[in-house]
Design a protein around this ligand. Structure first.
Ligand code: DSN
Length: 420
């Protein structure tokens, strides 16, 4: 009875695959898996359950996932130089929820990055954190809007007495002041946590900041932005065993039951790729982001944070108010197969969220497809022709993108070949 609709859904999936292979994707929170890791989607693990920890499951039939999960945890400990890893949250928000549910009590004061200054929705009153307390206060920012004002924050910490501080964000151009705030947090028994979703791959590649060494008690993250995928969440820490036991309970049964074993197995593969290629990749990502920012600036586009060198991450923030705002600009780019998202900028009031001044650009995916500085110059030119000159660049985008189909920083050319 539904065979036709079934077929049509298959067609939509195929259309997405075909279309996205022709687009320049600049969404800062996405990335692609290597061909080899991606090919493992749909393994038998996609059908299975394995609640609990390796060797201590609530289900039988888990010996292979036990081995894979144990390897993954051991590798993450090496990569991030930490004692504890939690890989069961199936998203970054689930990872945050596992932490908030155990460390935030009703009416506790928590300090966060505000939404316009880049804070993630799970740090918001309407998001995960808001389920546990509505007493959220925003970090004061310096005039440029992209840095936390450390002295004002210290003053606020002393007067507002937060229980938890959440550093890290989704519009994330420069490192957050973990080191600068950690002593004060320790002295006042405040837990300082770091949401590293956007920059996890840059941390792994030793190219951003090292939050655990700088004094964060834990890192929460998703695994598929600057890290190589699959789409999941994790928590990393060196905290004492008693507190870590709480996180363990927060993750299971707190924020997830089954932990999606097929994507877990893929993450184990992607983590090897990060261990092997992560430093070179992170270097290239940051160099590419700077090149793209500089090129857009040369075209007269208002790239944010110019006085700080535009960016130290995979992201570039652009004020496109003079071209009609973020909604209009992101739509005209999409029509031309350049995909990015509109974004509020730090100077904006919350009411702007549907019509913000900004767009956020991320270069991590195009870098994974092997693009370097010359290609960033080309992308800037295509964006300028579309946004500033109002030209159609769709055909040129498609022609250009055709040359970048293979996922680099991977074992696709070696191990991937053997698997065919
Ligand atoms: N909201 C996503 C982002 O684009 O940054 C992360 O979950």
């Amino acid at each position: 009875m539904y065979e036709q609709e079934f077929k049509e859904t298959i067609q939509l999936i195929k259309k997405q695959d075909e279309w996205r292979s022709r687009t320049i994707n600049l969404i800062a929170s996405e990335n692609v898996m290597s061909k080899t890791a991606r090919a493992m989607a749909g393994s038998d693990f996609a059908h299975r359950y394995a609640e609990g920890h390796p060797g201590e499951r609530y289900y039988r039939g888990t010996s292979f996932i036990d081995e894979i999960e144990s390897q993954l945890k051991a590798n993450l400990k090496i990569l991030f130089n930490c004692n504890h890893t939690e890989v069961r949250p199936i998203s970054g928000t689930n990872a945050n929820e596992a932490v908030f549910s155990k460390f935030v009590k009703r009416e506790d004061v928590v300090m966060v990055n505000s939404t316009p200054s880049g804070g993630h929705i799970s740090h918001h009153r309407l998001g995960s954190l808001g389920k546990f307390t509505q007493n959220l206060i925003d970090f004061p920012l310096t005039k440029d809007g992209y840095h936390i004002d450390i002295e004002k924050t210290k003053f606020l910490i002393k007067s507002a007495k937060p229980k938890l501080i959440v550093l890290g964000k989704s519009l994330f151009l420069f490192p957050d002041p973990v080191q600068e705030l950690s002593d004060l947090c320790n002295e006042n028994n405040i837990k300082l946590i770091y949401d590293g979703a956007h920059v996890l791959g840059l941390i792994a590649g030793k190219r951003f900041q090292d939050p655990l060494r700088e004094g964060a008690c834990l890192i929460t993250a998703s695994t598929h932005k600057t890290f190589f995928g699959s789409q999941r969440g994790l928590i990393l820490s060196n905290m004492d065993p008693d507190n870590w036991r709480k996180i363990d309970r927060g993750a299971f049964p707190g924020s997830s039951s089954n932990h999606h074993l097929d994507t877990l197995a893929q993450l184990a593969l992607c983590t090897y790729e990060c261990m092997e290629f992560g430093q070179e990749y992170a270097d290239d990502v940051v160099a590419n982001a700077r090149t793209l920012a500089e090129a857009l600036d040369r075209y007269g586009v208002d790239v944010e944070a110019k006085e700080f060198g535009f960016t130290e991450s995979h992201q570039v923030a652009v004020n496109v108010r003079k071209f009609g705002g973020g909604e209009k600009v992101s739509k005209s780019l999409e029509i031309n197969d350049i995909i990015l998202n509109m974004n509020m900028l730090p100077h904006e009031p919350l009411k702007n969220h549907d019509h913000p001044d900004g767009v956020r650009i991320g270069v991590q995916e195009m870098t994974r497809f092997g693009m370097k500085k010359d290609e960033m110059e080309k992308i800037a030119e295509l964006m300028k022709e579309c946004v500033v000159d109002h030209k159609s660049v769709k055909e040129e985008v498609d022609r250009f993108r055709r040359n970048y189909q293979d996922v680099k920083y991977s074992y696709d050319d070696t191990v991937g070949k053997d698997l065919k």
